[in-house]
Ligand binder design. Structure first.
Ligand SMILES: Nc1ncnc2c1ncn2[C@@H]1O[C@H](COP(=O)(O)OP(=O)(O)O)[C@@H](O)[C@H]1O
Ligand SMILES: [Mg+2]
Length: 379
């Protein structure tokens, strides 16, 4: 009893994990980059340090029984060293690597016979051009490590475009991979909670909508034919087993011509799972904590026929959504979550979740609440 879970990173995922920790009386400590970070504002005894410093990581690890992540881009050598020193990490370093290195991830999944888009490493412009000649244009160039919210993804239309992107990436030391541009019917995400003993549960399939490369809205259950949904969920569970994921894992999947393939993996709670706070019997944050502590997992069933989540993005005029909240009451069951971030145009500041009878209606209501909170009259 009374174990301390240490979460590396102090963003909104750690902040929402803390909300779950409070109810279960689990002590959660975060390692944040600054006291103003989303989770550092609200968790007791937050450690402030850099994930680029092994000393900071090691000192933090000493104060925790189990380590897990809000932020996964951490030098794999540091993680291996923490593991060697006897610290318990969930996910383990070998699994974490797959979440932070898109090339390793594709190699590993392809080797296991799991579907991934055609891809190759790009060392020089000619590699990208050759890939385009073989697989057709446009193609997608991606940063192997460190990309998020679409930063690090470039769709290129022709050889000149490809050369330009490769040169620019080489100039700032970014490693690239090339992959086929997939004609998307939809994007979906499978959220799986898996414990160290191997027990795993998947949530109902989530449909995600990205805007400018960033997850913008989601609805559950995903609007795909039942066989596609079961194939996607089975794929998510197969991946979690294959890579020995522990804690919550999200697999972002492409659906194209009814077939599913893997876009990328996250080995931590994921923004596609925020709806589970209100919409599932056990939220992704509850199950992440339960899994990393080796507790029995909670049921992943929905508590309503449909759920939708829409992001609160910082409005162009720089206004603060908190200013609108006092006037936005009786939201027909909509739940607003703000992350404690300084408003900036285009910045992800929070989200709104609505449960309902069907996905369209829930999404419409979530959008309407976002519009009121951001002062945007257009809905
Ligand atoms: N091969 C691809 N074909 C078509 N669209 C893609 C492809 N790769 C990425 N995208 C689009 O770009 C978005 C962001 O790419 P992703 O690899 O998930 O980067 P990030 O790590 O920034 O989330 C995807 O959700 C998808 O909408
Ligand atoms: Mg993504």
């Amino acid at each position: 009893v009374g174990q301390t879970v240490g979460m590396i990173g102090g963003g909104q995922l750690a902040r929402m994990t803390h909300q779950a920790a409070i109810a279960l009386d689990i002590k959660l400590r975060v390692l944040a980059a600054a006291p103003a970070d989303s989770a550092a504002q609200v968790t007791p005894d937050a450690a402030v340090g850099s994930v680029d410093s092994y000393e900071d990581l090691a000192a933090f690890a000493e104060s925790c029984d189990v380590l897990t992540f809000d932020h996964e881009v951490i030098d794999p050598a540091f993680l291996a060293k923490l593991h060697e020193h006897g610290h318990v990490l969930h996910p383990a370093p070998h699994a974490n690597l797959l979440a932070q290195d898109k090339l390793e991830q594709r190699r590993r999944l392809a080797a296991a016979g799991l579907p991934v888009p055609a891809h190759r490493p790009v060392e020089e412009p000619a590699d990208a051009v050759a890939f385009g000649e073989a697989h057709g244009w446009p193609l997608v160039l991606k940063a192997v490590r460190g990309g998020y919210d679409g930063r690090g993804v470039w769709v290129v239309d022709d050889p000149d475009d490809a050369r330009r992107v490769v040169h620019a990436a080489r100039a700032d030391g970014t490693r690239l991979l090339a992959e086929a541009h997939v004609a998307l019917d939809r994007e979906v995400a499978v959220l799986v909670a898996r414990s160290p003993g191997g027990a795993a549960l998947a949530y109902p399939l989530i449909e995600t909508v990205q805007r400018d490369g960033m997850l913008h809205e989601l609805v559950v259950p995903a609007r795909v034919p039942a066989p596609t949904a079961s194939a996607a969920v089975a794929l998510g569970l197969a991946i979690a087993e294959e890579i020995d994921a522990t804690g919550v894992m999200a697999a972002e999947l492409f659906v194209s011509g009814g077939e599913v393939s893997v876009n990328e993996l996250a080995l931590r709670p994921h923004n596609s799972g925020h709806w589970t706070i209100e919409g599932a019997t056990t939220s992704q944050f509850d199950n992440h904590l339960r899994a990393v502590l080796g507790w029995e997992l909670g049921p992943t069933t929905m508590v309503a026929p449909a759920a939708a989540t829409a992001n609160i993005i910082g409005p162009a005029d720089g206004s603060d959504p908190r200013a609108a909240l006092p006037g936005v009451s009786g939201l027909e069951g909509a739940r607003v979550h703000l992350y404690g971030k300084q408003p900036r145009p285009g910045r992800k500041l929070g989200h709104v979740t609505v449960l309902g009878e069907d996905t369209e209606q829930a999404l419409e209501r979530a959008r309407a609440v976002v519009a009121r909170v951001t002062g945007d009259k257009e809905t």
